[in-house]
Every structure is written in C-alpha cells, then in structure tokens.
Design a protein around this ligand. Structure first.
Ligand SMILES: NC(=O)C1=CN([C@@H]2O[C@H](COP(=O)(O)OP(=O)(O)OC[C@H]3O[C@@H](n4cnc5c(N)ncnc54)[C@H](OP(=O)(O)O)[C@@H]3O)[C@@H](O)[C@H]2O)C=CC1
Ligand SMILES: CC(=O)N[C@@H](CCC(=O)OP(=O)(O)O)C(=O)O
Length: 344
C-alpha cells in the first residue's frame, strides 16, 4: 500500500508514522508538509534517525491521486480545502480533524467558527467510530475519524443507551485529557508553567465535541437529548479519562450494565470491559489502541458511574484511523495495532 500523510510533522502524524512502521501492508509512506518542504524528517525528529530519513514533500494536489490511502492530520479547516476534490479519484481518504464529522454544516460553523466543508463531501463522509460503523467504513471513500473525547465517551455510553438501560435525558460527562490532545503548537494554555501543577476546566459548554457526541448518540442509539459535557486539561502528556454519570432506568442492575457492555464488544478486540477493580487509569492503555471501560452503580443515588480510558493519540486519533484503514482494505482490524500498553 502506498500511503501519504499530510500533517506528518504534528502529533497525530507522528503517531501514524510510528504505528504504520510495523504495518505489514505499508510498502511506502510519504510525508507531506505545508511549511518545511525538503527538510530531512529525521533531522527534525531525531528519534526517527535511520528509520524515516526521507525528505518532507510539498502538498501537490495532482500527485495525491497516486496513493492508496491519504491521511490528513491537520488543524481544523485545512482538510476541507484538500479532500473534497479527491473523493472517488483513487485513494481512500482518512481525515483526523473535525472537518467532515458534523453532518449539518451550520453545526460546524457554530462550534468550530470556521467555514464548513461542501455539503456533497459531508454527505459522502462516513463517521469512523470503528466498532459502531464497520459496514459503512468498509465502503467509504472518505472517513471522518472521530474526535478523541467522543471516542472515549461514545464507546462507553452507546451500548447502555441503545439498550435503554440508562436515562438519556440527564447525562453528565466529565472528561480529562493530557496536553498532547492540543497538538504540537505551543500556546498559553499548554505552556509548561501553566499546565504543570495545575488542572483546569476549559471550553465550558462550548466544546466542539458536544455536537459530535450528540450526533453519534442519535445515529447509533436513536436518542436525541442534549448532554452536559466538560473537558479538563491535566498535567500529563497522553491519555483521556471520561467519567459519565447517568440515572438508571427502573430496576436496572450493575450486572445488566456490565453484561450489556461485554455482549456488545464480545468480538471487538480493542474494547476491554474491566469488571472488578479499584484502580482504573490512563496508564493501562498508554501507547495502545485499547479503550477500557468500567461501570459501577451507586445504589444510594440509583445512578451509574461509567468510566473509560483511551490514549488520545492512538485510539483517539492515529490508531483508530489505521483500524479504519484496515477495515476499508479488508485486513484484520488489529494489523499493525497490537502494541502492549506502556504501563510504566
Ligand atoms: N492531538 C490529539 O490527541 C488529537 C487530534 N485530533 C485532530 O487531528 C488533527 C491534527 O492534530 P495534531 O496532530 O494534534 O495537530 P498538530 O498541531 O500537532 O499538527 C498539525 C500539523 O498540520 C500541519 N498543517 C498546519 N497547517 C497546515 C495547512 N494549512 N496545510 C497542510 N498542513 C498543515 C502542520 O504541519 P506542517 O507545518 O509541516 O504542514 C502540523 O504539524 C487536528 O485537527 C486535531 O484536532 C484528533 C484527535 C486527537
Ligand atoms: C487537550 C485539548 O486541547 N484537546 C483538544 C482536542 C482537539 C481535537 O481532538 O479536536 P478535533 O476533534 O476538533 O479535531 C480540545 O479539547 O480541543
């Protein structure tokens, strides 16, 4: 397979490169840049010396049709200008940004404050939450890879909502992310002296993943209530921990919730349901494509606490993107993605 990565110099791009290095079907991987054409990649990133010594290529639109797969791992608003004219021209397109996720262009305008992709491209894009949309992904020319927070939240909530085991009308989701979720461009928010020894809430009620999560809950579980969703930046590099609180439908037990999750994901190699545990954190999935989920009922309040963890750069970005590529090419989903978590 000939693979092109646009945005190769960013965190998502670097993670695609790391994972594809061990992918047996990746014959050639070309790296594209908008700002550093001709730069030897391993001079920029010395950890890749003797592994990726090639030069970064300029993004020339007419050359992109030569590839079997193009990944775009670029800031929002960029792939909108690159991918629509490539749909159906040959390569499978997998976008890691939010540009093709929201079906309603007005939602994109409102939550991203940018011009949306053309409606024809939005109609053709397929939401790449692999475990829930495999049949459509297999046929798709353009995949909108899910956001990192939505991946963690949706995998844990969808089975319980679909089976009507929890009340969809009052869900509160409290999510925390490592700083790499913000990409490699430094900002005031990600400055070491402001993230170290600090935990901060941000984008309160304004996070762009709110409409994405609601759209997917509607699409896969048929529920339409709005959610309360808050995001926090914690002083670690990778990882997302999403904790959701939901009232139980009458007489539902913890065992029923756990069984619903276990049954739903019985054949999904990357979703692990953790039953009895007193310890559950992001380090159990660090560097891997796993999403771990744990659920506990509080009999005093009749509410469930549902918690999930992912590595934002793997299952939340590059790992899921490669999982989707595998599905598109009828390759075993786990190909190139069998990394054991880096626990310590
Ligand atoms: N970080 C994460 O955990 C996750 C990120 N995402 C999304 O994935 C996308 C990439 O994220 P991330 O890798 O963290 O971001 P980074 O900021 O780390 O990297 C983005 C890369 O895009 C390239 N780029 C910037 N402007 C342009 C342009 N106009 N045309 C082409 N390329 C451009 C840059 O490379 P160069 O200058 O070399 O062109 C840059 O290295 C974003 O949309 C992000 O929201 C999704 C899930 C998780
Ligand atoms: C820690 C941090 O800043 N995380 C980013 C996640 C960005 C992302 O994944 O953005 P898209 O899904 O819109 O592409 C944020 O909260 O905006």
């Amino acid at each position: 397979m000939k693979i092109g990565i646009i945005g190769a110099t960013g965190y998502g791009g670097l993670e695609l490169i790391r994972l594809l290095h061990n992918h047996p079907e990746a014959e050639r991987i070309d790296l594209f840049t908008s700002s550093e054409e001709g730069m030897q990649f391993s001079n920029k990133y010395t950890h890749l010396m003797n592994i990726y010594d090639q030069k970064l290529l300029a993004i020339e639109h007419n050359r992109l049709t030569e590839y079997d797969v193009i990944f775009t791992s670029t800031p929002s608003g960029v792939s909108t200008g690159i991918l629509p004219s490539l749909i159906g021209s040959g390569p499978k397109l997998i976008d890691l940004s939010g540009d093709f996720r929201l079906k309603n262009p007005l939602d994109y305008e409102q939550w991203y404050q940018k011009a949306p992709a053309p409606p024809t491209a939005l109609e053709k894009s397929v939401y790449g939450l692999t475990e829930w949309n495999e049949a459509a992904i297999q046929q798709a020319d353009l995949i909108a890879n899910p956001g990192c927070y939505p991946t963690a939240v949706l995998l844990s909530l969808l089975p319980l909502l679909k089976e009507n085991l929890i009340d969809s009308t009052n869900i509160v989701i409290d999510a925390k992310s490592g700083v790499s979720g913000a990409g490699n461009k430094p900002s005031q928010m990600t400055h070491f002296s402001e993230t170290n020894e600090n935990t901060a809430i941000y984008k309160i009620h304004q996070h762009q993943h709110i409409p994405e999560i609601e759209q997917a809950i509607n699409m896969f579980a048929g529920q339409t209530s709005p959610i309360t969703f808050t995001t926090h930046l914690v002083p670690m590099t990778r990882g997302i921990l999403a904790t959701s609180y939901a009232a139980l439908q009458s007489n539902v037990t913890e065992r029923q919730l756990t069984n619903a999750l276990k049954e739903r994901y019985a054949y999904d190699p990357f979703v692990r349901i953790i039953e009895e545990t007193n310890k559950f954190g992001t380090n159990q999935v660090y560097g891997s494509n796993f999403c771990d989920i744990h659920v506990k009922v509080d009999p005093r309040t009749n509410r469930a606490t549902i918690v999930s963890v992912i590595d934002n750069l793997v299952k939340g970005a590059a790992g899921q993107a490669i999982q989707n590529m595998n599905v598109q090419f009828n390759i075993d989903q786990t190909t190139g993605l069998q990394q054991v978590p880096l626990f310590i």
